[in-house]
Write a protein that binds this ligand. Structure first.
Ligand code: CMC
Length: 428
């Protein structure tokens, strides 16, 4: 196959290298194009732009394939745990038993957060959205750990990585407890990563809290499914902030803000609010689907569509089955699940959705599970962030290890006025 592409500009031919990935994906390397030709490429939304080479996650959007470090998401969902997947993403390989034990011990060691964080959360309004609180508190870790900020010191980076993975559940739980006016619960490390998180969320000092194994398993699965998704909006944010050589905490804090948007991870909250509105207002799923076809962006069918998946989202299939299973085991009412399935059935037969290749995505069913286990909807995206954390970390680390490391700095095509003289205020 050709190893170069030719580009003809103003009668002059430029040879551009073709780069091939391990799964046969091909790209034209345009990094020298501007220097040689004076021309840049234009690609709004980066829909056709590879920003890096990466060995972390592989997606084939047409075939519905997702793999972390080469391992299919279906296999990880069936056999692994979130903490093992976090290790896989961060260190690049599945851990041996000793490596996993050491990792768990280190994560456990760091679960507490500084007591002063209580005042930090206390200073926020009661109705502060958990995503804002999580982003602020992760950013604030830089003030508590000035000894862990150097992105080029492997020891500092590793300690910061472990601190982040360990402390994020504590911070997410604190942000929730603050919003409902309940006391913060200190971590109980013997409960394991997910069990401890559930305890900090739902436990109170007044009563014993028993972690339900069905809920624990479901949350662990959801965290695995969210753990990485290559160069999405928040991962690209983490990379671009990281490329300025700032500290890891600042990049993750920015990633959380990016994820919060309703077109990205914030869609999981929007989906449950949409399903609840359909239920509470007695709307029909058909009416709702009709409205979503209007072309009005504010009426989109949330949880549908994806920039990369144009066939199906493999995470959605796993979550949908888990959702049916969890609701059955918990004996919880299934009205929202029924509405979701009805919406999906109607949309998948509708020409509007078929022709645009719009399928349910990861967020379409996840909220139904979160809702069934008693999680308030404004915490859903923080759960997504908790799952995505190891992926963001892996992306940040890969960026810093890249021999082609550069600050992220796209170009633009300027369309404003040509040079215009300054007009004094009395003459305007
Ligand atoms: N409902 C109705 N129409 C839609 C939807 C939707 N959910 N999504 C896309 N469209 C239409 C859109 O109006 C456009 O139609 P037309 O060609 O007539 O103008 C066409 O489909 C292409 O849409 P786009 O916005 O150009 O596609 P995109 O790749 O830029 O956007 C998306 C992808 C996920 C932002 C978009 O599908 C969307 O807004 N979905 C709803 C929000 C959502 O569920 N987000 C979660 C994404 S998965 C979690 C994650 O990893 O972030």
């Amino acid at each position: 196959m050709a190893k170069t592409a030719q580009l003809l500009i103003d009668g002059k031919t430029f040879e551009l290298p073709i780069v091939e990935g391990s799964e046969g994906e091909r790209a034209i390397d345009i990094s020298s194009l501007r220097k040689e030709s004076g021309v840049i490429t234009l690609d709004p939304g980066y829909a056709n732009t590879g920003s890096c080479k990466s060995a972390i996650t592989f997606i084939d959007g047409d075939e519905g394939i997702l793999r972390y470090r080469g391992i299919a998401i279906e296999e990880l969902a069936e056999h692994s745990t979130f903490i093992e997947v976090a290790y896989l993403l961060v260190y690049g390989h599945l851990p041996t038993q000793d490596e996993l034990d050491a990792f768990k011990t280190s994560i456990t060691f760091h679960t507490m957060i500084h007591e002063d964080f209580k005042r930090f959360f206390g200073a926020m309004p009661k109705d502060a959205h958990p995503m804002a609180a999580c982003s602020a508190s992760i950013g604030a870790l830089a003030t508590f750990y000035p000894d862990g900020l150097d992105p080029r010191d492997p020891q500092q980076v590793e300690t910061s990585v472990h601190r982040l993975i360990a402390k994020f559940p504590t911070m997410a739980a604190y942000s929730y407890k603050h919003s409902i006016g309940q006391p913060f619960m200190y971590p109980r490390n013997e409960l394991g990563y997910v069990g401890n998180f559930l305890y900090m969320l739902f436990g109170t000092p007044c009563e014993e809290y028993e972690v339900d194994p069905v809920i624990k398993k479901a949350i662990d699965l959801l965290l695995i499914l969210h753990a990485d998704h290559e160069q999405n909006c928040s991962a690209s944010t983490v990379r671009i902030v990281g490329s300025a050589m700032g500290n890891l905490f600042s990049a993750i804090s920015a990633g959380i803000q990016a994820l919060w948007g309703p077109s990205h991870g914030g869609a999981n909250q929007e989906v449950i609010e949409m399903l609840s509105a359909i239920r509470d207002r007695g709307l029909s799923a058909k009416e709702f689907v009709e409205k979503a076809k209007s072309g009005d962006d504010s009426a989109r069918l949330m949880g549908f569509g994806h920039r990369v998946y144009k066939n199906f989202d493999p995470r959605m299939k796993i979550i949908r089955n888990a959702c049916i299973d969890v609701l059955e085991k918990l004996g919880t009412q299934t009205k929202l699940l029924e509405i979701a399935m009805e919406l999906q059935e109607i949309a998948l037969k509708d020409d509007y959705f078929i022709s645009r290749k719009l399928y349910p995505n990861v967020d379409f069913y996840s909220g139904v599970i979160y809702n069934a286990i008693g999680t308030p909807s404004n915490l859903f995206t923080a759960l997504f962030a908790l799952g995505r954390l190891p992926g963001w970390i892996a992306q940040w680390m890969e960026l810093h290890a890249d021999p082609q490391f550069k600050i992220g700095r796209p170009r633009q095509i300027y369309t404003g006025p040509k040079e215009t003289p300054y007009t004094p205020i009395e003459k305007r």
